[in-house]
Write a protein that binds this ligand. Structure first.
Ligand code: NAP
Ligand code: ZN
Ligand code: ZN
Length: 352
């Protein structure tokens, strides 16, 4: 099926309109007309080949919400006309230990999980194309149900990556009542981290380098806000955090944050800069049995749990709608930390 899309042809060419081929839906497939797609910093890292391994043409986008237009015979969880969502992964081996534990993002099969874009479809080596397109065909196992109201659909899209990527470590490391949780970087991921940690009942501290975001951070649900460039403000929180989730997309000094962990606390890195952070000070870890860890998006079951939790609590993302044609401007603003707090593409602008 010929489908309109926006693609980068190389790491240095701006994204532009193109036509891609989507498979006809098979027995377990769901065809979705894409209504909205969020813009993740990973889209930019990949399209501009900042990380190794981008294959071109590259059609980014893994925060997808749309309407089901066709289903295969074996599909049971969604029907034509339903709203549905697709996140960061569209396949995995489904037989390894991680897949068996609903942790498809850590698939140990020969090809790992198959990303929604820049993934290896069926291990065949074929490139996958993401949500900057008019439609997508995805196996039912990787399609999420959307229980928010229709008026919220655009603001639901960022939950599919920014939401689950912060939710998963918050849950794994036990964010909740009585826990002091820090969120570093108030961008797409970070603003969802603040909302979700607050909804889980933790005491939330937002760390930002942008003083202009201070008031917003309180509105998002932070109990305290710290300018991470102020040594004085940072020192006031020494040895006090159970968990800090760090979403920053650029290399920086991690010691400033490990010093804020209490004994047995963890600094969890979800931001994935294209060049390494300076090596952390080992003594900061040894004295206090502190940990630095990482976390990757979330599995399908956990993503559905997060979506249902958000639907129940009325939680969505704070979004700024853009036209598909404005994607390069959006990337430039993202690089300046000038996003409040997630760009979402109105896919009608591609179809027009
Ligand atoms: P984003 O919207 O650009 O937000 C990143 C925020 O980090 C900025 O808004 C800014 O917040 C802060 N920041 C930026 N540069 C900084 C610097 N030099 N020093 C300190 N703070 C800085 O990006 P995003 O979409 O949230 O993604 C963040 C990172 O997570 C990216 O690297 C992305 O690829 C990665 N990611 C990882 C996963 C995963 O599974 N682990 C999933 C999705 C995305 P302030 O203005 O508040 O300082
Ligand atoms: Zn993402
Ligand atoms: Zn697997």
């Amino acid at each position: 099926m010929q489908t309109k899309a926006y693609a980068a042809q190389s790491g240095t060419t701006p994204l532009a309109e193109t036509v891609i081929d989507r498979r006809a839906p098979g027995g377990s497939d769901v065809a979705i007309e894409i209504l909205y797609c969020g813009v993740c910093h990973s889209d930019l890292h990949t399209a501009r080949a900042e990380w190794p391994g981008t294959r071109f043409p590259c059609v980014p986008g893994h925060e997808i919400v749309g309407r089901v237009t066709a289903v295969g015979d074996a599909v049971t969880r969604v029907a034509v006309g339903d709203f549905a969502a697709v996140g960061c992964l569209v396949d995995s081996c489904r037989t390894c230990a991680s897949c068996g534990e609903d942790l498809e993002q850590y698939c140990e099969g020969p090809h790992g999980f198959c990303g929604t874009y820049n993934g290896w479809a069926d291990g065949s080596g074929e490139n996958t194309y993401g949500g900057y397109s008019a439609g997508i065909v995805v196996d039912e196992h990787f399609v999420l149900n959307v229980r928010h109201g229709e008026q919220d659909l655009a603001a639901v899209a960022p939950l599919l990556c920014a939401g689950i990527t912060t939710w998963s470590p918050l849950r794994h490391w036990g964010a909740g009542p009585g826990k002091k949780v820090g969120i570093v970087g108030i961008g797409g991921l970070g603003h969802m981290g603040v909302k979700l940690a607050d909804a889980l009942g933790a005491h939330v501290v937002a760390f930002t380098t942008s003083d202009s975001k201070r008031q917003d951070a309180f509105k998002l649900g932070a109990d305290e806000v710290v300018n991470s460039r102020s040594a004085e403000e940072m020192a006031a929180h020494a040895r006090s955090f159970d968990l800090i989730v760090n979403t920053v997309a650029a290399p920086h000094n991690l010691d400033a944050f490990t010093a804020l962990l209490r004994r047995d606390g963890a600094l969890v890195l979800v931001g994935a800069p294209s060049s390494p952070h300076p090596s952390p000070a080992v003594f900061n870890l040894i004295f206090g049995r502190r940990a630095i860890a990482g976390s990757l998006i979330g599995g399908i079951k956990e993503t559905q749990e997060m979506l249902d939790f958000c639907a129940e609590r009325g939680i969505t993302s704070d979004v700024e709608m853009i036209a598909m044609q404005d994607i390069e401007d959006a990337y430039e603003r993202m690089l300046r930390s000038d996003v409040k707090y997630r760009f979402v593409i109105d896919m009608a602008t591609l179809k027009a």
